[in-house]
Design a binder for this molecule. Structure first.
Ligand code: NAP
Ligand code: GLV
Length: 306
């Protein structure tokens, strides 16, 4: 039985080191160097070439290297019996919440403007206690971000698929409560998983439902956003701007208009990056569980797509 890493677009060196440190005897292979595909039962995967899982006849588990699994389930050829797991990690949640807080503070305090204008020109600013932040997706990361914002005195609302009760957060759920949730969101943070239901969710009518001057943060997936709609509502003055960490095409092409738009902040998918050292124990625990026929942790519901 072998443990395979498939990560053709991202150097897996840190994963290999962390796995070897925790489990020196692990029979570890790295795609595309696979001696016998029929021996592979467990794969640690990030953006695999679609279609390749057909060749692994005895595969049981695909573990995502990250919280998102859209890069796995977008491959429609993965047999139904294969379990997919994702990362749930305290460090990942902390990193995401600090990142979102930083973006919001940078926006409220007009820091980018001050840093770029080279002029002694103080501006007025909005306080956290006067700012309502709406979080789309109240899962592991959404709740972590909400807690961090509440600690910093923001008014926080959250929107999810099912009803939630979260201390200090006004919650909304389902399509029928979306508009009410958007209406007062001065800052909108997207932390939804990418599914057939949430694809293109950040589009014109949603932006128009936000109050004038709202600021949008997308730290989930590029395919959530209809890019031209965002540019339109920023250029017509309805939105104050946006901070984007994820894109339909990554790396964001040099010629992309987002780079030149002064009201759009671009970051290179760095909101929260999985730390192999903190995550390898849960990956290995699931590997052992699989071998013993036990229930796995952090399994994704393939029907819900997250
Ligand atoms: P999660 O725990 O699975 O939470 C997902 C949340 O979204 C849940 O609250 C869920 O509602 C809600 N949701 C799903 N479909 C919905 C729909 N159709 N309408 C309304 N709400 C819906 O996911 P997570 O761990 O917080 O991660 C969220 C995403 O963040 C990941 O999928 C990934 O794409 C992204 N991410 C980005 C980075 C980065 O560096 N930029 C890093 C890590 C993760 P219920 O609670 O009702 O089920
Ligand atoms: C990063 O984007 C993740 O899904 O963990």
């Amino acid at each position: 039985m072998s443990f395979l890493i498939i990560s053709p677009k991202k150097d897996p060196k840190a994963w290999i080191e962390a796995l070897k440190a925790e489990a020196p005897d692990l029979d570890l292979e790295v795609y595309p160097q696979v001696k016998d595909p029929s021996k592979v039962e467990y794969v640690l995967s990030w953006r695999h070439p679609h279609g390749i899982y057909r060749d692994f006849k005895n595969l049981k588990v695909i573990a995502s290297m990250g919280a998102g699994i859209d890069h796995i389930i977008s491959d429609k050829e993965i047999p139904e019996h294969i379990q997919i797991t994702r990362v749930v990690d305290e460090q990942l949640t902390k990193d995401m919440s600090v990142f979102v807080l930083s973006l919001i503070l940078e926006h409220l305090r007009n820091l980018a403007q001050h840093h770029s204008q080279n002029e002694w020109k103080p501006t007025s600013y909005q306080l956290p206690e006067d700012t309502q932040v709406g979080i789309m997706g109240m899962g592991v990361l959404g709740v972590g971000v909400a807690e961090k914002l509440i600690q910093n005195k923001f008014n926080v609302t959250g929107w999810s698929r099912t009803k939630k009760e979260i201390l200090g957060v006004t919650t909304y759920h389902g399509d029928e409560q979306l508009e009410e949730f958007l209406r007062e969101s001065r800052v909108l943070v997207n932390l939804l998983p990418l599914t057939s239901e949430t694809k293109n969710v950040l589009q014109k009518s949603l932006f128009e439902a936000l109050p004038k001057g709202a600021f949008v943060i997308n730290v989930a997936r590029g395919e959530h956003l209809v890019e031209d709609d965002l540019i339109e509502v920023i250029n017509n003055g309805h939105l104050a701007g946006a901070a984007l960490d994820v894109f339909r095409k990554e790396p964001l092409p040099r010629e992309h208009p987002f780079w030149k738009n002064k009201k759009i902040r671009v970051s290179p998918h760095i909101a929260s990056i999985t730390n192999p050292v903190t995550v390898v124990p849960q990956i290995l625990e699931n590997y052992e569980r699989m071998k013993e026929g036990k229930e796995l942790k952090n399994v994704v519901d393939r029907e819900k797509e997250y």
